[in-house]
Design a protein around this ligand. Structure first.
Ligand SMILES: Cc1cc2nc3c(=O)[nH]c(=O)nc-3n(C[C@H](O)[C@H](O)[C@H](O)COP(=O)(O)OP(=O)(O)OC[C@H]3O[C@@H](n4cnc5c(N)ncnc54)[C@H](O)[C@@H]3O)c2cc1C
Length: 291
């Protein structure tokens, strides 16, 4: 059997296109007002896995997401780009999951796939922004992790090792790890490939091979029947303990949400000369901003 790869991807609100309606009155994100997109760094993680598959054609690229039914869109986009198998982990009992409950569910799903060599994640999701899910999932699986990877430099299939370059403050570090290993990717090293038109035609009506009571199949656009490359997994399907999922598995409690509005103070133009900068430094010392 070839390399067995898993990519974790998340559907996120497009926080780069925030408008006035993007925040509700209580300060929480109005998800309906923002377009849902593929988390940008997850596209780079997927590209890294597909690049490995280009080099090792018998490798299998499995893509997992935990989310509500519309999150199936990022799975379809993964199929369009070259993934072999995708699964939506979706169940009302996963609702209100914090990062601990999210990584627990992802760990259970990775174990369901079994015999995984490498897990690929984005470094950070642009909505939650914690960068915790990758490292927590590795911890829960009890496997090695290499974070902030820009590029995979080589894989030794026989020795079951991978060498990768990771970004560190002020430079790069080259690291080798044995399998199984989880890698989190930045957006520095890979350019995500566009979806393939042929694969889009093949998968645009993809539907699930498993149904769930809570699941609205209409999200799958599925009228052409079952597609075994796309699965829907609920809590039972991934053998998860309900107590560790959703709200009951989430020790984080949000005490208060505050909108921070930055208002501009006085503007002072500084001449781009040695004299202008010296004057600015002098003023900053005089008002005790510096010194
Ligand atoms: C108290 C609390 C309650 C919350 N309640 C809710 C809620 O009710 N509904 C809700 O939608 N969110 C909720 N969240 C947010 C949710 O916990 C996070 O969105 C989620 O755990 C991922 O964390 P993150 O966005 O910081 O991801 P990061 O840790 O920044 O993500 C890193 C990488 O992990 C992978 N990853 C992250 N999340 C997923 C995923 N779901 N599936 C697959 N891969 C993933 C991706 O590769 C991603 O690039 C809550 C958070 C807290 C703290």
């Amino acid at each position: 059997m070839g390399l067995n790869l898993v990519v974790l991807v998340k559907q996120v609100p497009d926080t780069a296109n925030i408008t006035g309606e993007a925040m509700k009155e209580d300060g929480t994100v109005n998800r309906q007002a923002l377009p849902a997109i593929f988390n940008p760094e997850d596209l780079h993680a997927l590209e890294a896995a597909l690049t490995v598959k280009d080099q090792y054609p018998d490798a299998k690229v499995n893509v997992l997401t935990m989310g509500p039914p519309p999150a199936v869109q990022v799975l379809k986009e993964s199929l369009y780009r070259g993934a072999d198998f995708v699964a939506l982990i979706s169940d009302r009992r996963f609702a209100a999951a914090d990062t601990l409950a999210t990584s627990y569910a992802l760990k259970c799903a990775i174990e369901k796939i079994g015999n995984v060599d490498m897990v690929f994640c984005g470094r950070q999701a642009i909505d939650g922004d914690t960068a915790q899910v990758g490292p927590q999932t590795a911890e829960k699986l009890g496997i090695n992790q290499i974070t902030c990877v820009s590029e995979i430099n080589g894989i030794d299939e026989g020795k079951k090792t991978v060498e990768a370059t990771r970004s560190i403050e002020g430079g790069f570090e080259e690291v080798r790890s044995g399998f199984p290993v989880l890698l989190t990717f930045t957006d520095e090293g890979y350019i995500p490939r566009p979806p393939s038109a042929i694969r889009m035609l093949a998968y645009k009506n993809a539907s699930t091979d498993v149904s769930s009571e809570d699941f609205d199949e209409s999200y799958m656009d599925g009228d052409t029947g079952v597609n075994t490359n796309l699965a829907l997994w609920d809590i039972e399907a991934i053998n998860a303990d309900v107590a560790n999922c959703g709200l009951s598995g989430s020790p984080t409690k949000v005490k208060k949400i505050q909108s921070v509005v930055l208002t501009a103070g006085d503007i002072k133009m500084v001449e781009n000369t040695a004299g202008g900068i010296a004057e600015m430094v002098h003023d900053l010392i005089a008002d005790h901003t510096l010194g």
